[in-house]
Write a protein that binds this ligand. Structure first.
Ligand SMILES: Cc1cc2nc3c(=O)[nH]c(=O)nc-3n(C[C@H](O)[C@H](O)[C@H](O)COP(=O)(O)OP(=O)(O)OC[C@H]3O[C@@H](n4cnc5c(N)ncnc54)[C@H](O)[C@@H]3O)c2cc1C
Length: 300
């Protein structure tokens, strides 16, 4: 109650209690967050962060919820979702400054319309800019890091800082932001001029490839990182895991690196599928594949 009263003092956004995280994840899995809020802007977010830090309240910040598996017990403390208020966009020549809550497909479509190339690969990635920067999202041989010049972050100390790309330690599905726990507020991208028609064509090609090869059921995209020089999906398929099912969590028949929710999957089912897939791949090939998705929340 102290938390609710404290938050109400600093924020005019609606504070929800026991909010089911399954309503905010692409997997449709996840127990309740004790407290849940969608802040109205950076200042409010900063106040919330400082309040949580001073009161020792756990804080979980996320955006699209397309790369997280939330436990069945849910999130303790405050879950903060960045969306509406963080969708700002400013295009100046080939330089694009965009808020963390902007969905990638929307950004890719908008920049294409402006005759700016670079984000074709991101048109089919359903998350937001913030989540994509933190894990250096990528596809079809391209990734966010290639386009990022600067990132505006909110540090755990409540400071707003602008960090240059070369300080962010970008690598395959990695950035130093993950370790530092900084919140991405805004990103500056450097794109290149190109004909709208060729950008659109490439985008359609990649979207068609996704439609053909990815399952349509709820998922979090690829569950495992590709080991060096290998495809995790191929190893999983060759280990005979396609169709492996616990409860309603199943390795997709269409793409072995996707674990889908057939309806009522629980996080424990999903985690059990992950464990079994890792074991089988290890037994078959001696390779321990590592999850790419973020597993969060109180353990069961
Ligand atoms: C069908 C499907 C296809 C996909 N295809 C791809 C693909 O081709 N390539 C790829 O890389 N990914 C893919 N993904 C995964 C996912 O869409 C991307 O990783 C996306 O960038 C995640 O963004 P998000 O906003 O949903 O992040 P979330 O799931 O909300 O969060 C992911 C992590 O980032 C952190 N985070 C989120 N926002 C912020 C922020 N503003 N500041 C600090 N931390 C933050 C969260 O705490 C969490 O740890 C796919 C997912 C699905 C469901």
């Amino acid at each position: 109650m102290k938390l609710a009263a404290g938050i109400k003092e600093i924020s005019c956004s609606t504070l929800k209690t026991k909010e089911p995280m399954s309503s905010h994840t692409s997997l449709k899995i996840g127990g309740p967050a004790d407290y849940f809020i969608i802040p109205g802007g950076s200042e409010e977010l900063k106040e919330l962060l400082c309040f949580c830090r001073n009161e020792f309240i756990p804080l979980f910040v996320f955006s699209g919820g397309t790369n997280i598996l939330v436990s069945d017990k849910g999130i303790r403390g405050l879950a903060v979702k960045l969306n509406k208020a963080f969708k700002n966009i400013d295009i100046n020549g080939s330089r694009v400054t965009v808020g963390a809550g902007m969905p990638l497909p929307m950004l890719a479509a908008r920049t294409a319309q402006e005759g700016l190339s670079g984000l074709e690969f991101a048109a089919g990635i359903p998350g937001t800019v913030g989540g994509a920067v933190v894990i250096n999202a990528g596809a079809y041989g391209n990734c966010m890091a290639e386009l990022i010049s600067k990132v505006k972050v909110l540090t755990w100390q409540g400071e707003i800082k602008v960090i240059f790309s070369n300080e962010l330690d970008f690598d395959y599905r990695h950035s130093s932001l993950l370790r530092k726990n900084w919140i991405v507020l805004e990103v500056e991208l450097e794109l290149v001029r190109a004909e709208y028609i060729s950008i659109k064509q490439r985008m359609e090609e990649l979207l068609n490839h996704r439609r053909k090869n990815h399952p349509t059921q709820p998922s979090a995209g690829s569950v495992f990182r590709n080991p060096p020089g290998e495809s995790a999906g191929r190893l999983i398929e060759r280990a005979g895991c396609k169709g492996l099912r616990i409860g309603d969590a199943q390795v997709s028949q269409k793409h072995a690196n996707f674990i889908i929710n057939l309806g009522r999957a629980r996080a424990v089912d999903y985690l059990e599928v992950i464990t079994r897939v890792r074991k089988r791949v290890y037994e078959e090939f001696g390779v321990m594949i590592e999850p790419e998705i973020n597993i969060v929340g109180e353990e069961s």
